[in-house]
Design a protein around this ligand. Structure first.
Ligand code: NAD
Length: 454
């Protein structure tokens, strides 16, 4: 089937490559001319394991192409997926829908036959109604229908998540449209655990609800980690113990510096705003947002405490800048408030990330970007692990120690074994276990003093 994907970012590009892999004829459209040119030249604008190879293979057999020209792309297509960004509006935190509606208007103008418009972007409930209104108001002589088909892929594991998802949700009001979208997925090589058919509004709502729940799970374990630090438990044991309960599950129970990325921060904010529009208070979600924001800001205090209360004129090596491993995405990464706060406290920052350096350069100033872990740590007073990159697990800790000016090792992802780090000579600070950082943080006066400073 010929299918058009509009928006060639993390979701659109992965969806395009994977649908092509499933045998469909895919045209990816983007209004960023440089991005389209790069894609045509085989340059993938994002880092996602396996994506480059999949794009290359499907372009080679003629199942995948890239264009800026929506009109020619739509010619002969039976479905068009919208996969453009829906970032928070800077003024009020509501999802900014201008790209989605611009695409809807462009489709209404340029379609050349009956078309199912499938919304894959994460959008507020009622967006499908509005897109349908835009399409039908154009009075074109074609049948249009709008389906909500939210995407649940995780960056870093996007291809596997797309081709072997826990579920595909098809939210439709028209039988023929639902049937076409089902056909796109009903391919033998597509391994989906469940196909869920819902109303369009339910599909729109459940995507935000899923992300809000996962954000809540992370925030919960982070707070339990604080309690472990104060009371003397070990968060890894606690997470294992509660995660073994099949009603809870172990995933999303790794304590860390707070969630970031392109989805959880914006989607928790958006669902809380949507709810308020409907005069419903999502107090759990609103609390999660606040707790997570203050946690991200407070991470700098941990580094400060590990450095005997001051980082003034000290050099801090940051290992990992991306919001999580296996992506170059820096959107709302916890490294951003950390680096900025440490700079405000007078620190010099050296940093290394295996994939996110180009994106990080656009965000930070006065950071020395380095070509590897050992280079970043050279002469540093402290090393701070911010992203759980696999590469970091293989660091030679003895070499690292020998290159540094001091022995502070702050592991905000609990990536390392304390014994190994201490054996190499470091003082080790982590999340969710009783240590000196936790004790100073529990001193209410110290907390007040430093929070005021931030
Ligand atoms: P992105 O910013 O990476 O990509 C969006 C793309 O759309 C860009 O290439 C941009 O140039 C293009 N675009 C914008 N306006 C356009 C227009 N009018 N015509 C054509 N192209 C246009 O965004 P993303 O991370 O892929 O997210 C897309 C949507 O999917 C969002 O709603 C997001 O919440 C949702 N989502 C994202 C993820 C994720 O992990 N990134 C997962 C699930 C759902």
């Amino acid at each position: 089937m010929k299918v058009v994907i509009i928006g060639s970012g993390y979701v659109g590009l992965v969806a395009g490559a994977c649908f092509a892999e499933l045998g469909h004829h895919i045209v990816c459209v983007d209004n960023d001319a440089r991005r389209v040119l790069a894609l045509r030249n085989g340059v993938i604008p994002i880092y996602e394991p396996g994506l480059k190879e999949m794009v290359k293979a499907n372009v080679a057999v003629g199942r995948l192409s890239f264009t800026e020209d929506l009109e020619s792309a739509l010619n002969g297509a039976r479905a068009a997926f919208i996969a453009v960004g829906t970032p928070p509006r800077p003024t009020d935190g509501h999802a900014d829908m201008k790209s989605v509606y611009a695409v809807a208007r462009a489709i209404a103008e340029k379609a050349s036959g009956d078309l199912v418009v499938v919304d894959k972007s994460t959008v507020p409930v009622g967006t499908g109604d509005e897109v349908e209104h835009i399409l039908k108001s154009a009075n074109r002589p074609f049948r249009f229908a709008v389906v909500s088909n939210p995407e649940f892929l995780r960056e870093g594991a996007a291809i596997d998540d797309f081709l072997r998802p826990d579920r595909v949700v098809i939210g439709a009001e028209d039988g023929w449209a639902s049937e076409i979208v089902s056909q796109i997925y009903n391919v033998e090589s597509f391994k989906c655990a469940s196909m869920l058919h819902t109303s369009r509004r339910s599909a729109e709502l459940l995507k935000y609800a899923a992300n809000a729940f996962l954000a809540m799970k992370i925030t919960f374990i982070n707070e339990i980690a604080d309690l472990c630090e104060a009371a003397g438990g070990d968060i890894r044991d606690v997470a294992d113990g509660i995660g073994l309960d099949s009603r809870i599950g172990r995933k999303f129970l790794n304590a860390g510096p707070g969630y970031g990325g392109s989805c959880f921060p914006k989607d928790t904010l958006a669902i809380s705003k949507i709810a308020r529009d409907y005069r419903v208070e999502l107090r759990t979600v609103e609390t999660v947002i606040q707790v997570n924001q203050s946690r991200k800001r407070a991470m700098a205090l941990r580094v400060l405490d590990a450095c005997n209360g001051s980082v003034q004129n000290k050099t801090i090596a940051i290992l990992g800048l991306a919001f999580k491993a296996d992506t170059d995405d820096m959107r709302d990464a916890p490294s951003i408030p950390l680096v900025q706060a440490l700079q405000d406290f007078g620190a010099h920052i050296r940093a290394y990330d295996p994939e996110a350096m180009d994106n990080a350069r656009k965000i930070f100033s006065n950071v020395t970007f380095c070509g590897g872990v050992i280079e970043a740590a050279a002469g540093a007073d402290a090393v701070v692990v911010m992203t759980e990159w696999n590469e970091f697990r293989h660091i030679n800790l003895n070499t690292l120690y020998s290159r540094m000016a001091s022995s502070v090792f702050v592991d905000l992802r609990n990536l390392f074994s304390e014994n190994a780090v201490v054996a190499a000579g470091f003082d080790y600070w982590c999340i969710g276990r009783k240590n000196a950082v936790a004790q100073t943080l529990r001193d209410p006066l110290a907390v007040q003093r430093r929070t005021a400073a931030i």
